[in-house]
Design a protein around this ligand. Structure first.
Ligand code: MBD
Ligand code: FE
Length: 288
């Protein structure tokens, strides 16, 4: 199963960063892919990355003290298990841009470190798994999945997000295994209806190596509140995205640079205190 074997029981955010490494190891394919990357490709990419580093050192006359501080920090990122966190926060958004810039359907954005495949199936209409006393404003989300050609698609929406305190199940301790993680599968009309709760803005772990970098550089650690989705349908490119809430102070300065205007929702307050959102997905047919 996909449960993390040794979730530390200490409720620090850094535990979430480290759990992401354990989670990444459960998927063998990235480790296999290392062997398959052509020599010519590695040669060019590694050389250019190193040249960019050399150039930075020369332009800023980097000292031995700074070089050794970098070495110590890099060693600690690995020891903390924060490589997935570091890469997904500061690098993934550019990979995502390049991977999806041909699409005509929905804009996507980064996956981040906390996706787990295989969340409980809830059909076309239902509530995401949550605790009986789950805190946070109720959200009722209505949407459809269609192809760029206009046909409705019997696709699925995998939804995962933090709770009202900013914690993700399976990465932070003491949460039910699939809390706020669910799969919703539309019928032939492509329609789905999801009940969940509004997540809190999210501060990336400040007590590990990524936090050390943030503090040392005088940055902030915030991501705006967000819902993560993966949308899949037969014969179509899978869409990975996040949806955001209007007015969040961090929509304009997300530490992970993953907000796009097309991904901001328009929640409507309902008389019972809940909020209604309408957000549809349009998927590109697979080429070839
Ligand atoms: C998150 O929840 C997230 O979505 C990203 C991209 C990085 C760290 C935590
Ligand atoms: Fe997230």
């Amino acid at each position: 199963m996909t449960t993390i074997e040794n979730p530390t029981d200490v409720a620090t955010a850094a535990a979430s960063g480290a759990s992401a490494t354990a989670r990444f190891h459960t998927d063998k394919s990235p480790f296999e892919a290392v062997k398959d990357t052509p020599k010519e490709r590695v040669n060019v990419l590694a050389r250019e990355v190193l040249a960019a580093v050399h150039d930075t050192i020369r332009r800023h006359r980097v000292t031995y003290d700074e070089y050794n501080a970098l070495k110590a920090w890099l060693i600690n990122v690995g020891a903390d298990g924060e490589w997935p966190l570091f890469l997904d926060v500061w690098v993934e958004h550019v990979v995502e841009d390049v991977a999806t810039d041909h699409r005509e359907g929905n804009k996507g954005t980064i996956e981040g470190p906390y996706y787990v495949p295989g969340s409980p199936e809830r059909g076309a209409r239902g509530a995401i798994p949550m605790r009986d006393d789950e805190k946070g404003t109720r959200l009722l989300w209505e949407g459809t999945i269609t192809s760029t050609e206009g046909t409705p698609l019997p696709g699925s929406v995998e939804l995962w997000h933090a709770d009202s305190e900013g914690f993700y199940s399976q990465f932070a301790p003491n949460l039910p295994e699939w809390n706020l993680r669910g799969t919703f599968t539309a019928g032939p009309d492509g329609a789905f209806e999801i009940t969940t709760v509004r997540p809190a803005p999210y501060q990336i772990p400040t007590d590990g190596s990524c936090g050390k970098l943030i503090a040392a550089a005088g940055w902030h650690a915030w991501r705006p509140a967000h819902l993560h989705v993966k949308v899949s349908a037969p014969g179509h490119e899978q869409l990975t995205a996040q949806l955001y809430f209007p007015g969040d102070p961090h929509n304009d300065d997300d530490i992970a640079d993953a907000v796009k205007p097309e991904l901001v929702l328009d929640p409507q307050p309902m008389s019972d205190g809940s909020q209604k959102i309408v957000y549809d997905f349009v998927l590109d047919p697979e080429k070839g």
